[in-house]
Design a protein around this ligand. Structure first.
Ligand SMILES: Cc1ncc(COP(=O)(O)O)c(C=O)c1O
Length: 279
Protein backbone atom coordinates (compact mmCIF):
# COMPACT_ATOMS: atom_id res chain seq x y z
CA UNK A 1 0.00 0.00 0.00
CA UNK A 2 1.46 3.35 -0.96
CA UNK A 3 1.08 6.45 1.17
CA UNK A 4 -1.09 8.09 -1.51
CA UNK A 5 -3.58 5.22 -1.57
CA UNK A 6 -4.47 5.56 2.14
CA UNK A 7 -8.10 6.62 2.63
CA UNK A 8 -6.94 9.59 4.69
CA UNK A 9 -5.12 10.79 1.55
CA UNK A 10 -8.13 10.29 -0.76
CA UNK A 11 -7.70 6.56 -1.49
CA UNK A 12 -10.51 4.01 -1.27
CA UNK A 13 -11.36 3.09 2.34
CA UNK A 14 -10.79 -0.59 3.13
CA UNK A 15 -14.17 -0.68 4.91
CA UNK A 16 -17.36 1.34 4.73
CA UNK A 17 -18.21 1.52 8.43
CA UNK A 18 -16.16 2.54 11.39
CA UNK A 19 -15.05 -0.27 13.69
CA UNK A 20 -17.14 0.07 16.86
CA UNK A 21 -15.55 0.55 20.28
CA UNK A 22 -17.12 -2.68 21.49
CA UNK A 23 -20.43 -4.43 21.81
CA UNK A 24 -21.88 -6.23 24.79
CA UNK A 25 -22.84 -9.88 24.60
CA UNK A 26 -26.27 -10.31 26.20
CA UNK A 27 -28.09 -13.64 26.18
CA UNK A 28 -31.66 -14.61 27.08
CA UNK A 29 -30.68 -15.67 30.61
CA UNK A 30 -29.21 -12.19 31.18
CA UNK A 31 -32.46 -10.56 30.02
CA UNK A 32 -34.45 -12.91 32.26
CA UNK A 33 -32.22 -12.04 35.23
CA UNK A 34 -32.93 -8.33 34.74
CA UNK A 35 -36.69 -8.95 34.29
CA UNK A 36 -36.76 -10.97 37.54
CA UNK A 37 -35.31 -7.96 39.36
CA UNK A 38 -37.78 -5.57 37.71
CA UNK A 39 -40.64 -7.75 39.02
CA UNK A 40 -39.15 -7.87 42.54
CA UNK A 41 -39.45 -5.47 45.47
CA UNK A 42 -35.91 -4.08 45.43
CA UNK A 43 -34.50 -2.14 42.54
CA UNK A 44 -31.52 -0.85 44.48
CA UNK A 45 -29.40 -1.93 47.45
CA UNK A 46 -31.31 -5.21 47.57
CA UNK A 47 -30.41 -8.90 47.59
CA UNK A 48 -28.92 -8.91 44.10
CA UNK A 49 -26.19 -6.54 45.20
CA UNK A 50 -25.23 -8.87 48.04
CA UNK A 51 -25.47 -11.84 45.64
CA UNK A 52 -23.10 -10.14 43.21
CA UNK A 53 -20.61 -9.38 45.99
CA UNK A 54 -20.73 -13.01 47.12
CA UNK A 55 -20.42 -14.31 43.54
CA UNK A 56 -17.36 -12.10 42.99
CA UNK A 57 -15.76 -13.41 46.21
CA UNK A 58 -16.54 -17.03 45.30
CA UNK A 59 -15.22 -16.59 41.77
CA UNK A 60 -12.02 -14.71 42.60
CA UNK A 61 -11.24 -16.19 46.01
CA UNK A 62 -11.18 -12.74 47.63
CA UNK A 63 -12.55 -12.61 51.17
CA UNK A 64 -14.47 -9.35 50.83
CA UNK A 65 -16.10 -7.54 47.93
CA UNK A 66 -18.10 -4.33 47.72
CA UNK A 67 -20.10 -3.29 44.65
CA UNK A 68 -19.88 0.36 43.62
CA UNK A 69 -21.05 2.58 40.78
CA UNK A 70 -18.18 2.03 38.33
CA UNK A 71 -14.47 1.25 38.04
CA UNK A 72 -13.58 4.89 38.61
CA UNK A 73 -15.49 4.96 41.91
CA UNK A 74 -13.84 1.65 42.85
CA UNK A 75 -10.38 3.20 42.37
CA UNK A 76 -11.43 6.28 44.32
CA UNK A 77 -12.69 4.11 47.21
CA UNK A 78 -9.47 2.06 47.07
CA UNK A 79 -7.40 5.24 47.43
CA UNK A 80 -9.51 6.46 50.35
CA UNK A 81 -9.14 3.03 51.96
CA UNK A 82 -5.38 3.23 51.36
CA UNK A 83 -5.39 6.47 53.34
CA UNK A 84 -4.20 8.61 50.44
CA UNK A 85 -4.17 12.29 51.36
CA UNK A 86 -2.82 15.62 50.10
CA UNK A 87 0.98 15.52 49.93
CA UNK A 88 1.11 11.75 49.28
CA UNK A 89 2.31 10.24 46.03
CA UNK A 90 0.76 7.38 44.08
CA UNK A 91 2.74 5.51 41.43
CA UNK A 92 0.93 4.19 38.35
CA UNK A 93 1.36 3.52 34.64
CA UNK A 94 0.74 6.06 31.86
CA UNK A 95 -0.64 3.31 29.57
CA UNK A 96 -4.17 3.05 30.96
CA UNK A 97 -7.51 4.82 31.27
CA UNK A 98 -7.37 8.20 33.05
CA UNK A 99 -9.10 6.85 36.19
CA UNK A 100 -6.01 4.84 37.24
CA UNK A 101 -4.24 8.16 37.81
CA UNK A 102 -7.20 10.44 38.57
CA UNK A 103 -8.01 8.43 41.69
CA UNK A 104 -4.93 9.97 43.32
CA UNK A 105 -6.01 13.48 42.32
CA UNK A 106 -9.47 12.93 43.88
CA UNK A 107 -7.64 12.52 47.21
CA UNK A 108 -5.39 15.53 46.65
CA UNK A 109 -2.35 13.29 46.13
CA UNK A 110 0.25 13.53 43.38
CA UNK A 111 0.46 11.10 40.46
CA UNK A 112 3.90 9.72 39.62
CA UNK A 113 4.21 7.71 36.41
CA UNK A 114 6.50 4.70 36.26
CA UNK A 115 7.65 3.23 32.97
CA UNK A 116 6.21 0.13 31.31
CA UNK A 117 7.77 -3.18 30.31
CA UNK A 118 7.97 -3.12 26.48
CA UNK A 119 7.33 -6.89 26.41
CA UNK A 120 3.77 -6.69 27.78
CA UNK A 121 3.01 -2.96 28.29
CA UNK A 122 2.37 -3.53 32.00
CA UNK A 123 4.01 -1.34 34.64
CA UNK A 124 7.68 -2.28 35.15
CA UNK A 125 8.39 -3.17 38.81
CA UNK A 126 11.97 -1.88 38.50
CA UNK A 127 10.63 1.50 37.41
CA UNK A 128 8.17 1.52 40.35
CA UNK A 129 11.05 1.06 42.78
CA UNK A 130 13.06 3.83 41.10
CA UNK A 131 10.16 6.29 41.58
CA UNK A 132 9.57 5.68 45.31
CA UNK A 133 10.12 8.64 47.61
CA UNK A 134 9.33 9.14 51.29
CA UNK A 135 5.94 10.52 50.15
CA UNK A 136 4.87 7.40 48.22
CA UNK A 137 1.87 5.70 49.80
CA UNK A 138 0.36 3.43 47.12
CA UNK A 139 0.87 1.79 43.73
CA UNK A 140 -1.94 1.37 41.20
CA UNK A 141 -0.81 -1.41 38.86
CA UNK A 142 -3.05 -1.97 35.82
CA UNK A 143 -3.54 -5.43 34.28
CA UNK A 144 -3.33 -4.02 30.78
CA UNK A 145 -5.59 -5.84 28.26
CA UNK A 146 -6.23 -8.56 30.84
CA UNK A 147 -2.62 -9.62 31.50
CA UNK A 148 -1.95 -9.62 35.24
CA UNK A 149 0.95 -7.46 36.34
CA UNK A 150 4.06 -9.00 37.93
CA UNK A 151 2.27 -9.34 41.26
CA UNK A 152 5.12 -11.14 43.05
CA UNK A 153 7.65 -8.39 42.27
CA UNK A 154 5.18 -5.59 43.07
CA UNK A 155 4.15 -7.32 46.32
CA UNK A 156 7.81 -7.51 47.38
CA UNK A 157 8.41 -3.82 46.60
CA UNK A 158 5.23 -2.73 48.40
CA UNK A 159 6.08 -4.80 51.48
CA UNK A 160 9.64 -3.48 51.52
CA UNK A 161 8.52 0.16 51.34
CA UNK A 162 5.27 -0.17 53.30
CA UNK A 163 3.04 0.76 50.34
CA UNK A 164 -0.54 -0.27 49.56
CA UNK A 165 -0.72 -2.42 46.41
CA UNK A 166 -3.87 -1.57 44.42
CA UNK A 167 -4.48 -3.72 41.33
CA UNK A 168 -6.61 -1.98 38.71
CA UNK A 169 -8.20 -5.09 37.23
CA UNK A 170 -10.75 -3.29 35.07
CA UNK A 171 -9.58 -5.46 32.14
CA UNK A 172 -8.77 -8.68 33.92
CA UNK A 173 -11.62 -10.27 35.85
CA UNK A 174 -11.24 -13.98 35.05
CA UNK A 175 -7.44 -13.79 34.70
CA UNK A 176 -5.10 -15.57 37.09
CA UNK A 177 -1.44 -15.51 37.98
CA UNK A 178 0.43 -18.56 39.29
CA UNK A 179 -2.86 -20.23 40.18
CA UNK A 180 -4.35 -17.25 42.01
CA UNK A 181 -7.34 -15.43 40.59
CA UNK A 182 -7.09 -11.69 40.04
CA UNK A 183 -9.09 -10.13 42.87
CA UNK A 184 -7.44 -12.23 45.56
CA UNK A 185 -3.83 -11.10 45.15
CA UNK A 186 -3.26 -7.36 45.77
CA UNK A 187 -4.14 -5.48 48.97
CA UNK A 188 -7.09 -4.00 47.09
CA UNK A 189 -8.32 -4.94 43.61
CA UNK A 190 -10.78 -2.91 41.56
CA UNK A 191 -13.10 -4.12 38.78
CA UNK A 192 -15.17 -2.27 36.16
CA UNK A 193 -18.36 -3.53 34.56
CA UNK A 194 -18.49 -1.04 31.71
CA UNK A 195 -19.87 -2.64 28.50
CA UNK A 196 -16.42 -3.07 26.90
CA UNK A 197 -15.15 -5.01 29.92
CA UNK A 198 -15.10 -8.78 30.39
CA UNK A 199 -18.46 -8.84 32.15
CA UNK A 200 -20.89 -5.97 32.18
CA UNK A 201 -23.94 -4.58 33.91
CA UNK A 202 -24.12 -1.50 31.69
CA UNK A 203 -22.16 0.31 34.40
CA UNK A 204 -20.73 -0.82 37.70
CA UNK A 205 -17.59 -1.64 39.60
CA UNK A 206 -16.35 -3.52 42.63
CA UNK A 207 -13.61 -3.31 45.23
CA UNK A 208 -12.12 -6.59 46.49
CA UNK A 209 -9.79 -7.21 49.39
CA UNK A 210 -8.54 -10.03 51.60
CA UNK A 211 -7.35 -8.11 54.59
CA UNK A 212 -9.55 -7.33 57.53
CA UNK A 213 -7.74 -4.08 58.18
CA UNK A 214 -8.23 -2.69 54.70
CA UNK A 215 -11.80 -3.96 54.66
CA UNK A 216 -12.49 -2.05 57.84
CA UNK A 217 -10.94 1.03 56.28
CA UNK A 218 -12.79 0.31 53.08
CA UNK A 219 -16.16 0.14 54.74
CA UNK A 220 -15.62 3.49 56.41
CA UNK A 221 -15.41 5.55 53.23
CA UNK A 222 -18.04 3.43 51.52
CA UNK A 223 -21.04 5.16 53.06
CA UNK A 224 -19.69 8.32 51.49
CA UNK A 225 -19.34 6.61 48.15
CA UNK A 226 -22.50 4.60 48.03
CA UNK A 227 -24.58 5.48 51.08
CA UNK A 228 -25.59 2.05 52.33
CA UNK A 229 -22.61 -0.17 52.95
CA UNK A 230 -22.80 -2.46 54.78
CA UNK A 231 -26.57 -2.37 54.54
CA UNK A 232 -27.12 -0.23 57.59
CA UNK A 233 -29.06 2.99 57.49
CA UNK A 234 -27.19 4.28 60.51
CA UNK A 235 -23.86 3.92 58.75
CA UNK A 236 -25.32 5.20 55.52
CA UNK A 237 -25.85 8.63 56.95
CA UNK A 238 -22.85 8.95 59.19
CA UNK A 239 -20.70 11.13 56.96
CA UNK A 240 -21.28 13.59 54.16
CA UNK A 241 -19.27 13.06 51.03
CA UNK A 242 -19.22 11.87 47.50
CA UNK A 243 -22.44 10.34 46.26
CA UNK A 244 -21.66 7.76 43.62
CA UNK A 245 -24.34 5.24 44.48
CA UNK A 246 -25.21 2.96 41.65
CA UNK A 247 -25.87 -0.18 43.59
CA UNK A 248 -28.72 -1.04 41.30
CA UNK A 249 -30.21 -4.51 41.61
CA UNK A 250 -31.17 -4.28 37.94
CA UNK A 251 -27.60 -4.06 36.69
CA UNK A 252 -26.20 -6.31 39.41
CA UNK A 253 -28.76 -8.89 38.27
CA UNK A 254 -27.16 -8.72 34.85
CA UNK A 255 -23.63 -8.87 36.22
CA UNK A 256 -24.40 -11.83 38.45
CA UNK A 257 -26.02 -13.54 35.49
CA UNK A 258 -22.82 -13.03 33.49
CA UNK A 259 -20.89 -14.63 36.33
CA UNK A 260 -23.30 -17.57 36.42
CA UNK A 261 -22.77 -21.20 35.48
CA UNK A 262 -22.72 -20.44 31.75
CA UNK A 263 -19.74 -18.18 32.41
CA UNK A 264 -17.81 -21.12 33.82
CA UNK A 265 -19.13 -24.06 31.82
CA UNK A 266 -19.11 -22.61 28.33
CA UNK A 267 -15.78 -20.90 28.82
CA UNK A 268 -17.65 -17.70 28.04
CA UNK A 269 -15.35 -15.04 29.31
CA UNK A 270 -17.33 -12.11 28.16
CA UNK A 271 -20.66 -10.46 28.30
CA UNK A 272 -18.97 -7.93 26.05
CA UNK A 273 -17.60 -8.73 22.60
CA UNK A 274 -16.12 -6.86 19.69
CA UNK A 275 -18.63 -5.32 17.28
CA UNK A 276 -19.62 -7.77 14.57
CA UNK A 277 -18.45 -10.79 16.57
CA UNK A 278 -20.21 -13.95 15.40
CA UNK A 279 -20.11 -17.25 17.22
C1 LIG B 1 -7.73 0.29 33.26
C2 LIG B 1 -9.03 0.96 33.61
N1 LIG B 1 -9.23 1.39 34.87
C3 LIG B 1 -10.38 1.99 35.24
C4 LIG B 1 -11.39 2.20 34.34
C5 LIG B 1 -12.63 2.91 34.81
O1 LIG B 1 -13.78 2.09 34.75
P1 LIG B 1 -15.25 2.75 34.59
O2 LIG B 1 -15.40 3.11 33.15
O3 LIG B 1 -16.16 1.62 35.01
O4 LIG B 1 -15.32 3.91 35.50
C6 LIG B 1 -11.24 1.76 33.02
C7 LIG B 1 -12.34 1.97 32.07
O5 LIG B 1 -12.19 2.11 30.89
C8 LIG B 1 -10.03 1.13 32.64
O6 LIG B 1 -9.83 0.72 31.38
Amino acid sequence: MTKESLAINGGTPVRENRIGYGRQWIEEDDIEAVCRVLRSDSLTCGPNVTALEKALCDYTGAKYGVAVSNGTAALHCACIAAGLKPGDELITTPITFAASANCALYCGAKVVFADIDPENYNIDPKSIEAKITEKTRAVVAVDFTGQPVDTEAIREICDKHNLIFIEDAAHSIGSSRNGKMVGSIADITTFSFHPVKTITGGEGGAVMTNTQSSTKELFLPMPMASHVIPLSWRRSTMAPGIMSRFRSDITTGLRTSSLSSSFHSSGRLSASRPAGWKL
